[in-house]
Design a protein around this ligand. Structure first.
Ligand code: B12
Ligand code: SF4
Length: 495
């Protein structure tokens, strides 16, 4: 009887723009090693089945049913849909192993239900879990109330709800796992080896994926892992100790290969920063723009980009980005204060911000600037500089349509700010959002958050509905304090 060695699935709640890269990337590695595998996106399947039903509310940006204990409210339906989905897979593929991708702690409520169902209905199928959430440091305590992330996976093993887990990038370890090598770094332990040769990883395999079920299909590409900077608030250097990259030509070949096979319209580079290696970034832009010139191919590329000082920027970079279709990079500006930017680990000046806006405007590029308020050293004066710099962005409406800010400063486990409270002046930390410094407490940071965004709304740089549910939680949190600021309350009333 036909049987796959492993069937991979990703689960809600994810965006519905394409399958997680992990599915197609791991598929390619598994198939290259000669094993039989398949991959399915339960997220989009469930979305398409429920979006026109009474359950459509679970997909709203602000709804947290799928990512918290509230999943209990829809457990009956969730189980029903999962069983229809998985029964079909079992009939078709008869998998020996089910591999589930745990994307973040948002995946835990779904995992809890799925593993119980699979173990009940199909006890002979082994369950393997991997993904960015399988780490010793908690990804996001606040969303699931866990104090130790490791325990989540160890408990699942103890309860025999899963058989194994893999921590870290798994392009190599999943193949070793399938070969029966359980002693490989990262398999059932939290000490994976980094993948040094990024170019040895094959092109993602989309053979099993029906991209027509996505409304605005994106194909994800991995150009690099890790980062060249070590910003005090960020966990990327913690997850990937060394920056590892692929050559620009190598990435371009993959993009072109996928484009020619699947007529792709939108690519998204998942790199934490696409221009970490500036030479290879320029090569990538050059190859893609030349290809486009020769073939008249039309596709866009998205991704995250770091700003540098003007003198470090190659002359023709903006033009090449435009020609390559990398037309709206996301850029971490973080603060309007150069002092705070330096303290948090970003070293570009406001002059450089203006230079980027000007040059991008000239060639017709856009950008999505990222900001946050309340870095521990941010004084009232620094905060005012953040509010003021919005005027600069508003001067370039063709470049900046929207700025992005989800929540005030969040002290993530394992990051420099979390490891060295004294250096950053962090006091009385209750949780990642609730702590004090000489310059702010949680209440003040909520005020700054709303004042900043209110100014952005006035300048047509921000639209309320795109914010995550955290902002609304903060309104409730704010109202538990005394001495509330009338102006801020007024802003909140408008939300
Ligand atoms: C793209 C992205 C998103 C997109 C997702 C797009 C989509 N299609 O849904 C969006 C914007 C929606 C998003 C949202 C969030 N994200 Co995000 N995101 C990323 C990003 C930039 C890339 C992910 C990716 O595709 N990587 C490439 C693939 C190949 O790598 P991978 O997914 O890690 O998979 C590898 C391994 O994990 C493993 N693996 C994966 N699945 C499986 C399955 C099995 C069985 C096995 C064995 C192994 C395995 O092997 C893969 C190959 O090496 C990463 C950071 C990064 N640079 O990787 C953050 C990241 C994954 N996100 C993160 C977080 C916290 C979130 C949010 C919770 C943020 C928030 N508060 O809103 C949400 C939660 C979303 C959710 N649904 O759970 C964290 C996760 C941290 C953690 N340890 O949990 C990361 C690492 C960012 C960070 N610096 O902290 N994200
Ligand atoms: S915030 Fe961006 S630039 Fe800074 S360390 Fe994280 S990924 Fe790198």
């Amino acid at each position: 009887m036909y049987s796959t060695d492993i069937t991979l699935v990703c689960i809600p709640k994810l965006k519905v723009k394409g399958p997680l890269l992990a599915l197609t990337q791991l598929q390619a590695c598994i198939k290259q090693a000669g094993f039989v595998s398949s991959a399915y996106d339960f997220n989009i399947w469930f979305y398409n089945k429920t979006i026109d039903t009474d359950l459509n509310y679970i997909w709203k940006v602000l709804d947290n049913t799928l990512i918290t204990d509230k999943i209990e409210n829809i457990k009956y339906d969730y189980i029903k849909f999962w069983n229809i989905f998985f029964d079909e897979i079992v009939q078709k593929d008869n998998p020996k192993i089910l591999g589930i991708s745990a994307f973040s702690s948002w995946s835990y409520p779904g995992i809890d239900i799925i593993v119980e169902q699979v173990k009940k209905k199909y006890p002979s199928i082994k369950i393997l879990i991997g993904g960015p959430a399988v780490r010793d440091a908690p990804p996001d305590k606040s969303s699931y109330g866990l104090s130790n992330n490791k325990d989540y996976f160890l408990n699942l093993i103890d309860k025999k709800l899963i058989d194994d887990y893999i921590c870290g990038d798994a392009e190599e370890s999943i193949v070793e796992y399938l070969k029966g090598n359980r002693n490989y770094p990262g398999i059932n332990n939290f000490n994976p080896d980094p993948i040094v040769d990024q170019e040895a990883i094959p092109t993602p395999n989309y053979d099993d994926i029906d991209m027509t079920v996505y409304k605005d299909p994106h194909y994800f590409i991995r150009g690099s892992r890790g980062c060249v900077r070590k910003c005090a608030f960020c966990n990327v250097p913690l997850i990937w100790k060394k920056f590892a990259w692929r050559g620009g030509e190598h990435i371009a070949d993959e993009i072109i290969d996928l484009y020619e096979k699947h007529n792709v319209k939108k690519f998204y580079l998942i790199d934490s920063l696409t221009n970490g290696n500036q030479k290879e970034f320029m090569n990538l832009m050059r190859w893609i723009s030349q290809y486009k010139k020769l073939t008249k191919a039309k596709f866009s590329i998205g991704g995250q980009f770091i700003m540098r000082e003007k003198k470090q920027v190659p002359d023709n970079m903006f033009k090449l980005m435009k020609d390559a279709g990398y037309s709206e990079p996301t850029i971490g500006i973080e603060s309007g204060s150069e002092k705070v930017r330096k303290e948090l680990g970003k070293y570009f000046s406001n002059e450089s911000v203006e230079y980027h806006l000007e040059e991008m405007n000239k060639v017709g590029l856009k950008m999505i600037p990222l900001f946050f308020v309340g870095f521990p050293t941010e004084t009232d004066y620094d905060f005012q500089q953040s509010v003021d710099i919005l005027d600069l962005f508003a001067k370039y409406p063709e470049v900046v349509r929207v700025i992005h800010m989800d929540h005030p400063m969040h002290v993530i486990e394992g990051t420099p700010v979390a490891m060295d409270h004294a250096r950053f002046g962090i006091l009385n930390l209750t949780n990642s959002f609730m702590w004090e410094s000489k310059h702010s407490d949680y209440k003040k940071r909520i005020e700054r958050f709303f004042i900043f965004l209110d100014r952005a709304i006035h300048l047509n740089l921000y639209k309320r509905p795109t914010v995550s549910d955290k902002a609304y939680t903060m309104i409730n949190d704010y109202k538990t304090h005394s001495n509330l600021d009338k102006g801020v309350l007024q802003i909140m009333d408008g939300w």
